[in-house]
Design a protein around this ligand. Structure first.
Ligand SMILES: NC(=O)C1=CN([C@@H]2O[C@H](COP(=O)(O)OP(=O)(O)OC[C@H]3O[C@@H](n4cnc5c(N)ncnc54)[C@H](O)[C@@H]3O)[C@@H](O)[C@H]2O)C=CC1
Ligand SMILES: O=C(O)C(=O)Cc1ccc(O)cc1
Length: 313
């Protein structure tokens, strides 16, 4: 006999890439007795119903959270504060309230003031995704072997943290706990800045009139193609990420710009030694990552595979 589901009723606010992937994986792993989802448009509600993954799909966030034991906001980070405020009076005492936002400090600041002491607030960020969005983009395997970072405020009931950890582990994720500020600094350099660079480089190439109409795509071996994939990510989501993680991104951008200036100078001066030294150092970093098995690009479904031909065994 399979064990009883971890939660009786799970409410997913928003059924896009992440909400849809949680629903699919939670269903597959029998983590919830009942899954309720919200979708704002009639078209999305019809599609979610048609997919048959959740037990109920409703328009109202308030209806969804009633009697839910776990409520997960799977919406852009800028919407988390207003939605917390909207549903607060209808949360079940003892419920765990969480989110999946790519930024944690701002989400905690926006949501926490609205939440009563009778619920447990355990923010989360699954560090797994794609450039796709919407109800059809999710898949049950998205979180397998990927990190999910929990950032519970000080004093959070350890049992609630443990239950959410078990939920994410059940979805296939490796779970780690850290403070929201540390999370935001780490993600600024590992995720937010790379997205900003992709948005920039694709825009720059387009201004030169070279992306869609010319040979750039045809002859791009992988690097530029990868940038265009990332630059196709959801504009609302990423607008909110940069607004919400402003300080950490600006700090990282400052350092990045300094380093870019150094490389620019080396190119201008014909300083091959400086360029060679830099590229040797970054190659060693990549090889170190691959050697210790931290190459998270491997299980990323839908991601064009990196050319690993030159990597050490
Ligand atoms: N896309 C990715 O690769 C990843 C995204 N995240 C985070 O997950 C969250 C959701 O992102 P995705 O699932 O990719 O987005 P998505 O665009 O696929 O889905 C978001 C859904 O939220 C709905 N929504 C927006 N405002 C709402 C509101 N006020 N009330 C109810 N529903 C609302 C939208 O209609 C949409 O269906 C974001 O906070 C993002 O930072 C986290 C990890 C990876
Ligand atoms: O598609 C990609 O390469 C990503 O990097 C997906 C992603 C986007 C946002 C996150 O907070 C986590 C993962």
């Amino acid at each position: 006999m399979s064990p009883a589901p971890l939660f009786k009723r799970v409410a997913l606010i928003g059924f896009g890439l992440i909400g849809g992937s949680i629903a699919r994986a939670a269903r597959a792993q029998n983590l919830a007795e009942e899954i309720v989802a919200t979708a704002r448009s009639a078209k999305t509600r019809a599609r979610v119903a048609e997919l048959g993954i959740v037990d109920r799909v409703v328009e109202s966030n308030i209806d969804a959270v009633k009697d839910a034991d776990l409520v997960i906001l799977c919406i852009p980070v800028g919407a988390c504060g207003p939605v917390a405020q909207e549903v607060v009076a209808y949360l079940k005492p003892g419920a765990i309230v969480s989110d999946v936002g790519s930024v944690k400090g701002a989400v905690v600041r926006d949501m926490a003031p609205h939440l009563p002491a009778s619920v447990h607030f355990v923010p989360a960020h699954p560090v797994a995704g794609t450039e796709h969005s919407g109800p059809d983009s999710g898949f049950a395997e998205l979180f397998i072997n990927r990190w999910c970072i929990l950032t519970p405020p000080e004093g959070t009931d350890p049992n609630a943290v443990e239950r959410l950890r078990a939920f994410w582990a059940g979805l296939g994720a490796k779970v780690e706990i850290m403070t929201p500020d540390h999370h935001d600094l780490v993600l600024a350099i590992t995720s937010h800045l790379p997205h900003l660079i992709a948005y920039t480089i694709v825009g720059t190439a387009d201004e030169l009139g070279q992306v869609t109409s010319s040979e750039v795509m045809k002859f791009s071996a992988g690097g530029f193609r990868d940038f265009t994939r990332i630059a196709a990510s959801d504009p609302t989501m990423w607008r909110d990420v940069f607004l919400a993680n402003k300080d950490a991104v600006l700090e990282m951008l400052g350092t990045f710009n300094e380093d870019l200036s150094k490389l620019t100078r080396a190119i201008r001066r014909g300083d091959g030694e400086a360029l060679f030294e830099h590229f040797t150092r970054t190659r060693a970093i990549r090889r170190g990552i691959v050697e210790i098995g931290q190459d998270s690009s491997a299980p990323d479904f839908g991601r064009p595979h990196a050319n690993l031909a030159n990597e050490p065994e």
